[in-house]
Design a protein around this ligand. Structure first.
Ligand code: GAL
Length: 492
């Protein structure tokens, strides 16, 4: 690396770090999407409705631009172009999700869609033909509406329903898929859905998040155990769940305690039961909920207790730790009644989230750029759960769709530098990195206005033409050189 580059790096970081900018040999780079956000073909063949189909179709006002995922990127038909893009980028892996109601229209394994089954087989085979590893998420928010009608994630039977679905997917694709994510971002499925009612299935209920929290952990654990017992001996793959973590930093020294509680609330509730040595809920949070529930007149804690058997059943159900990270917040003690809303809706504790005025924001309300946050987040995980392998399964930047997307390039550069520091200086075992997203797609209630893609998708064109942005070239270079120290860009 040139002296100039080292110096620039020192200036950007505000500290002098003279290591090189290479990633460790074998480090994996990829990009991600999810079924509802890209596939379209909402009623192709015998596919059944997901909660996102049902809700966006029944109330277009739910989404900022009145749109839905009926066609999205049309990846159901254009998957070969998707694989071609992955190839152009030089991805080592492509992370996508399976739509439960596409593969199993009845939700239960009594009926398999041959077309659904074939679609994912074709996509996996096309990836492998191009030397790209498929990484598959089983559940990225598109619950079968039929199961929502039975209570969805608030019904404890969902652990069995989900494990049955997982078994079907492992048995069809496990010979070729070696890395599985059971559930994407339970905090969104539980906290965001039940606290705000904004995302499908739009059930707002103040007691929903914590009940869902317990059920989602049992569902993940059951699906992990199905793989571990029935498939791992022959397929030797790995399974984990992906958690969204907003780095939460104390606003001042006096706020350290409240920041610990906020972290236990925002991620410990989903990670401690699985990754900690002792299992179960984080102790401080469990006590806080017991007190608060009593004061509020509940006869038992609102945070549903685990039996000893359940603690053991969930504990250790991982083969690596999957981290989705985008943004950060400062945390301070709130005045009575002031509560943090981002993702967690911490209504029961007086905690306030803030952003530092130096943090630039992206094109959506919750998005602020603080690259050091990802390094601190990784360090928090290492400190809590030891030398676990960390796989960054999502990270990326949103804008309004510039083709010369310098802000996105800068975001990737700065966040990846922090990942390198975590690996080289802090000795964290980060084994892979995933850009969100390979292409623009249906960004949930933001519709198609918020763009996360390395590739632009033209949603006005029936062909859904995909075109690489400047960031695609940058990311391809990083992958090619396995380094942030890359020569000047050439055309992709
Ligand atoms: C994640 C989610 C993705 C994508 C991304 C950007 O939370 O898993 O589906 O929408 O955020 O907002």
């Amino acid at each position: 690396m040139s002296i100039k580059r080292v110096l620039v790096f020192c200036l950007v970081l505000g500290v002098c770090w003279c290591g090189n900018l290479d990633f460790p040999p074998g480090f994996k780079f990829g990009a991600a999407t999810s079924a509802y956000q890209i596939e379209g073909a909402w009623n192709a063949s015998d596919k059944h409705l997901s909660v996102w189909d049902f809700d966006t179709q029944s109330d277009p006002k739910m989404v900022r631009d009145g749109n839905n995922g009926d066609t999205a990127c049309d990846s159901y038909n254009l998957y070969k172009r998707d694989v071609e893009m992955a190839k152009e980028l030089g991805l080592h892996f492509y992370r996508f999700s399976i739509s439960w109601p596409r593969l199993m229209p009845a939700s239960f394994p009594i009926r398999i869609s041959e077309d659904g089954k074939r679609y994912y087989n074709d996509l996996i085979d096309e990836l492998l033909k191009n030397n790209i590893e498929p990484i598959v998420t089983l559940y990225h928010w598109d619950l079968p509406q039929r199961l929502q009608n039975l209570g969805g994630w608030a019904n404890p039977l969902i652990a069995d329903w989900f494990a049955d679905y997982a078994r079907v997917a492992y048995s069809f694709y496990g010979d070729r898929v070696k890395t599985w994510i059971t559930i994407n971002e339970p905090i969104v499925i539980c906290d965001v859905v039940y606290n705000t009612g904004l995302l499908a299935p739009r059930v707002q209920h103040e007691d929903g998040a914590l009940i869902c929290n317990k059920n989602v952990l049992l569902a993940h654990a059951k699906a992990w155990r199905v793989y571990d017992e029935e498939f791992k001996p022959k397929y030797h793959g790995k399974v984990s769940m992906a958690n969204q973590m907003v780095w939460l930093e104390a606003a001042s020294k006096e706020d350290e305690d409240i920041a610990i509680l906020a972290r236990e609330h925002s991620y410990g509730r989903y990670t401690h039961p699985v990754f900690s040595r002792e299992g179960g809920w984080p102790a401080k949070l469990e006590r806080a909920y017991a007190d608060i529930s009593k004061k509020q007149g509940y006869l038992r804690s609102k945070l549903p207790a685990f039996t000893k058997k359940e603690i053991e059943y969930i504990r250790g159900t991982y083969d690596f730790l999957a981290l989705n990270h985008y943004t950060s917040r400062k945390v301070r003690k709130g005045s009575p009644g002031e509560s943090a809303t981002l993702f967690t809706g911490i209504y029961d504790f007086d905690i306030k989230f803030e952003v530092d005025e130096s943090w630039k924001n992206g094109s959506t309300s919750w998005f602020y750029v603080y690259p050091e946050g990802i390094r601190k987040q990784i360090n928090w995980l290492k400190q809590q759960y030891g030398d676990v392998e960390i796989f960054i399964t999502e990270n990326g930047y949103c804008d309004d769709g510039d083709m010369v997307d310098d802000n996105r390039v800068e975001y990737y550069k700065d966040y990846l530098k922090q990942v390198l520091l975590a690996i080289k200086e802090d000795k964290a075992k980060v084994i892979g990195y995933t850009a969100w997203s390979m292409m623009d797609n249906f960004e949930w209630i933001d519709g198609y206005q918020t763009k996360f893609g390395l590739y632009k998708v033209d949603f006005d064109d029936p062909e859904r033409t995909r075109t690489p942005r400047k960031s695609a070239k940058f990311y391809a270079d990083v992958i090619k050189h396995n380094s942030l120290d890359i020569p000047e860009s050439q055309e992709l």
